[in-house]
Design a protein around this ligand. Structure first.
Ligand SMILES: NC(=O)C1=CN([C@@H]2O[C@H](COP(=O)(O)OP(=O)(O)OC[C@H]3O[C@@H](n4cnc5c(N)ncnc54)[C@H](O)[C@@H]3O)[C@@H](O)[C@H]2O)C=CC1
Ligand SMILES: O=C([O-])CC(=O)C(=O)O
Length: 325
């Protein structure tokens, strides 16, 4: 192994997403098949033993790229020298809850973890928040890390993006790989807006290849409420698909992509107030996300983007009220 191992920290390592994520990171799918990794597993004290059990299983896989594993309940230790932080550890919702209902329960986790990242992480730290409500938790962590460039804090809407690809490909009976330029706008919540007016299939705008009623009454709600449908069917929230999306997000951030969706701090583009961590169409170049510019937004899309952004503003106001930022 020529390269120095990259330290990757996963919080909530003993949880269901953690279990679906860690083995894929250790096998090289997060950063690349030639990049050695060191894993740090952060858990609450009661779950450290279970995380240590997962670490035993990681050992038992004898992954050539895995150069070491630590298991801890100390955030300062977990984030010491970390280049990639996957903030998964948080309570999932159960049937009947919206993700925003978790703000009070989970918000308190992300301030201290943001501070521990600020004080200990490597200079090239990249943070992906998965724990819900992901956008606003990312904002909380970012606000406690004043020394880390703000754009290093991101939240996951890649699962929504992948769901949208899959639903559209099934409708048009094309392979998923033929869908281009999909975008999720706004919050990782039921107000998110999956946009077919810029997506393309066979070089033609997707919205023109489906009927309006399907787009409005089937596609958008199916994608936006897919998390609840999984909870209803599985009796537990999405895990392997969430882990898969986290891998996709970080891989593309580090290795580059021409078009995907990610929740990143707004620079004011498309009328989204600066600083909100909102999902946009993004490219990644030289290891940095860039919002894809110049898209025309019609009245139908404008109304939906604005509604989701309004919810993000309400969540930000709520966490201010709770003293979390
Ligand atoms: N952004 C997205 O697209 C998605 C987000 N999620 C969210 O991911 C989160 C995790 O989901 P699961 O793994 O299914 O939950 P889980 O309940 O199976 O695991 C969560 C783990 O986090 C740990 N944890 C709690 N507080 C912690 C802290 N302060 N530090 C470190 N670890 C801590 C728990 O001990 C537990 O082991 C939930 O908030 C869920 O809603 C889930 C699917 C998709
Ligand atoms: O819906 C949930 O609570 C879990 C999640 O974020 C998703 O599956 O998108």
């Amino acid at each position: 192994m020529a390269q120095t191992p990259v330290k990757v920290t996963v919080t909530g390592a003993a949880g269901q997403i953690g279990y679906a994520l860690l083995f894929r990171i250790a096998s090289g799918q997060l950063l690349g098949a030639d990049v050695p990794v060191k894993l740090s597993l952060l858990e609450i004290p009661q779950a450290v033993k279970a995380a240590a059990g997962t670490a035993m299983e990681l050992d038992d896989c004898a992954f050539p790229l895995l150069s070491g594993i630590e298991v801890t309940d100390d955030a300062n230790k977990a984030f010491d020298g970390t280049s990639v932080a996957l903030l998964v550890g948080a309570r999932p919702r159960t049937a009947g809850m919206e993700r925003g209902d978790l703000l009070q329960a989970n918000g308190g986790i992300f301030g201290p973890q943001g501070k521990a990242i600020n004080d200990n992480a490597a200079d090239d730290i990249r943070v992906l928040v998965v724990g819900n409500p992901a956008n606003t938790n990312a904002l909380i962590a970012q606000q406690h890390a004043p020394d880390v460039p703000a754009e290093r804090f991101t939240a996951m809407t890649r699962l929504d993006h992948n769901r949208a690809l899959s639903q559209l490909a099934a409708k048009l009976q094309v392979p998923v790989s033929e869908v281009r330029k999909m975008t999720i706008w706004g919050n990782h919540s039921a107000t998110q807006y999956p946009d077919l007016f810029h997506a393309e299939v066979g070089g033609k705008i997707a919205a023109e290849q489906v009927d309006d009623a399907w787009l409005r009454d089937t596609f958008i709600p199916t994608v936006a409420k897919r998390g609840a449908a999984i909870i209803e069917a599985r009796g537990a929230s999405s895990a392997a698909s969430a882990a898969n999306a986290a891998i996709d997000h970080v891989y593309d951030w580090v290795n580059g992509t021409e078009w995907t969706s990610a929740a990143i701090p707004s620079d004011g583009s498309y009328g989204v107030p600066e600083g909100l961590i909102s999902s946009f169409p993004v490219a990644s170049r030289d290891g940095k996300w860039e919002i894809i510019q110049g898209l025309e937004i019609d009245a139908f899309s404008r109304e939906r983007i604005d509604a989701s952004v309004r919810e993000l503003e309400e969540e930000r106001a709520a966490v201010r009220e709770l003293g979390l930022i």
